[in-house]
Every structure is written in structure tokens, then in C-alpha cells.
Write a protein that binds this ligand. Sequence first.
Ligand SMILES: [Zn+2]
Length: 283
Amino acid sequence: MPMLMNPSPDNELYQARSFLRIGHCIYCPNMDRKPLSDEHIVPYSLGGVDILRAASCTDCSKITSYLEGYCGRFVFNEYRYIAGSPSYRQRPSTLPIHVWRQAKASKLYLPHPISIPVEDYPHELSLPHLPLPGIINDLPPQASYSRSMQMSRWKFPGRVGEMYTPITPGPFRNEFKADVFARELAKIAHSAAVATHGLSKLNWLLPDIILGKQKDHLPYLIGSDQIAYRPSPNALHQIIFWLKRRKDDGLVVAQIRLYANLQSTNNIGTPIYVVAVATAPLS
Ligand SMILES: [Zn+2]
């Protein structure tokens, strides 16, 4: 198995750039649709600041907005506020929560809504461990992720427990949608690769997966590194590219680490996701 954090000398490392004007939708480049909107590489709601100018048509924007919304509201949720994402201008200073409070007359403990400072809010971040993408080891395509997915959890008890007994630590979480999360990783990898390489040079693997048109290749192209790493204190999000040389071509692979700086009690950082982005002729 390749050591993804230690690419061998014949793997070329790339670093994502930003603020390019593309002038075509990066998800359906042959449709020549206008108007085009700007596209964040990492979602703005997660603190992403790198933008591709004029890079997404209206139809594709609706789909990627859904993917970003799922990640923002259901995966990272309140952690976005605690992390203090630099671009999150509407960051609230308080968050609502229900606590048990004793009623004066009956002495019964009843649910009571209060607002507490963001720093005191109890929450939990859960991120999935996906298998390594099959394409990395030349395994045959797999149709879907396992239902019993291993999740890493980071608990942030906050300080509300010192004063109250909280009932609901946040909005109700539905079952984790690994496919939607993986498609958002694909979107981040694809847009970062376009920023680095331009739109036309490579044979792109991900647009139909991002748009939901191809549903049976997600574990083949999108997964996780299988090793746990320490946090990277100086980085909010990290995207690194490397080239895996194959017999007839090269495979452009992205490593994505969201909230790379997350500090936890056991000093294990967030997972590093591995996404096969494109193939390229070897020169
Ligand atoms: Zn489009």
C-alpha cells in the first residue's frame, strides 16, 4: 500500500492556487452555459477563502450548494462556530439550547430554552473513515460504501454542564450520508485541481459523480488514508496533490484534510481524505 503522506520521489507534489478566472462551468464544461458564478474550493461556510471566478453554471451551482449545505449544517455544524472560521462573518455569539429547569410552582424539571455563548456550547464532530479508494491499489470498482461505517468523534463538552443539564446538544442528526459527504470531497478536490492545472489538460474523473449522474464509483475514487495523524496546528484546511505513475498514464490524487488544526484530547487530528481526480498522459 502506498504511504500517502510520504509520496515517493517520482510523485510530484502540487499545491492548490486560487483566484483564477475560468470562464466555463468546471462541472459541465462542454455545455457552454451562462451565466457563471464564482465557486469556492472549500465551502465559504467552513472558512474557505479560495475562489475560482466564473466557474459554475446555475444548474451545477444548485447541486454543489446542496452538497456544501449538507456538510456545513449536518457534518460540521456548530464546530464551524467554535473553530472560528475566519470568513464566517455572521458567526453568532450565542446558540440556542434546551436545558432542564425546575418550575417554581410544581418543582418539576421541565425543558427550558436558553441561549448560551458559543464557547460554552456542547457539541460533537463525527467524521467517517472511508476505505482507501480502490483505484489507488488497482482494485475493481465497488458500488457503495459499507453501511457500518467507522466514525471518528471529537467531543467538546463546553461549559454549559457546569450551570445546567443540557437536553439537546444540537439539531437532530439524521443517519450519516456518506455518499453526499464523499461528493462534497470530490467537489473540493475537483475545483482545487482545476485551480492548479486549468480546465482542459486532464481527463477528469469526478464531474458526473459530483453532479449525481454516476452513483456507483464513489468508493473507487473517494476514500481515506488509513493512518491516523496528529493535527497540523497552522492549517485550517489542507489540499495537496500528487501524481501516481501507472503503466500507461498518471493518476492525479488529492489529499484533503478539513479542519487540520483541530485539537483533541488524544492528539489525533481529522482524517485525511484521498480523492482520485483525473488521469493524465505521462510526458
Ligand atoms: Zn454546469
